[in-house]
Design a protein around this ligand. Structure first.
Ligand SMILES: O=C(O)CCC(=O)C(=O)O
Length: 246
């Protein structure tokens, strides 16, 4: 299947903006199946965070094995081929459910840490963090520049139910110091995405999200893909090969 001309146009702005909205990646029936799969998954443990304000599942593709076959469509693979012509792997997956009227908000930040399988003395990698779910590290900027996040929206999402706000082009500044943010965030735009659509973003893109003031939930499957391998003994902790070289 070919990505449509309008999708081509949206992706054309992606390198400069650091984000793009791609509507219609999944059909309504596919969205229904994804929701059913996630919501009927049993599950508890360190990767599950359940409160009134947020239900999140880290490594959701690992925790809910039935999910990947539903996500892995021809349309997704076509998009990935455009983003990573030399093939890629999935390196992180998270499910976020921001329920109706949730007070969960996320302050301005860049996604700087990657999940790895071990600590290793590798030049350019660090600092490291170790949590119950595993080890994460700040990699060199070129690793972050290779990663592409695809956030698949399972509900219509706009400013009222906590859409992401982003600063277009901010990924081009590398790792930002907190003092740089006030000059950038006034230019933020809200990324409304229809159910079944996706938001693409680079991890270095400055982003945040507000509380929900809506009666509608905002459910998202957040997937991160990369084509680079990590050096030395390091390995992406959630690595799953998606596409071989073409
Ligand atoms: O989904 C959100 O509202 C925020 C998520 C986020 O900022 C992140 O995954 O880094």
């Amino acid at each position: 299947m070919k990505v449509s001309a309008s999708q081509d146009k949206m992706l054309g702005q992606f390198p400069a903006d650091g984000f793009a909205i791609v509507p219609g990646l999944y059909e309504p029936a596919e969205v229904k199946a994804l929701l059913h799969c996630i919501e009927s998954a049993p599950g508890s443990g360190p990767n599950f965070r359940r409160s009134q304000e947020l239900f999140a599942i880290r490594n959701v593709v690992g925790e809910v094995p039935e999910l990947w076959p539903l996500l892995d469509t021809t349309v997704l693979r076509t998009l990935l081929r455009q983003l990573f012509p030399d093939g890629c792997h999935l390196v992180k997956s998270i499910y976020f459910d921001k329920p109706a009227l949730s007070n969960w908000l996320v302050a301005w930040h860049q996604d700087l840490m990657i999940n790895v399988d071990r600590r290793a003395d590798v030049q350019g990698f660090g600092p490291w963090t170790s949590k119950s779910e595993g080890i994460s590290v700040l990699p060199p900027v070129d690793v972050l520049q290779n990663v592409c996040t695809i956030r698949i929206h399972l509900d219509d999402c706009d400013a009222s139910n906590g859409a992401l706000k982003v600063v277009a082009g901010s990924h081009q500044h590398g790792v930002l110091l907190p003092a740089a943010l006030p000059a950038l965030t006034p230019a933020a735009v809200v990324c409304a995405v229809p159910a079944g659509g996706a938001m693409l973003m680079r991890p270095l893109l400055l982003h945040a999200s507000n509380r929900s003031i809506s009666n509608r939930p905002r459910r998202v499957v957040h997937l991160e893909f990369a084509s680079v391998e990590l050096p030395g003994e390091l390995e992406w902790r959630e690595r799953r090969l998606v596409q071989e070289r073409f």
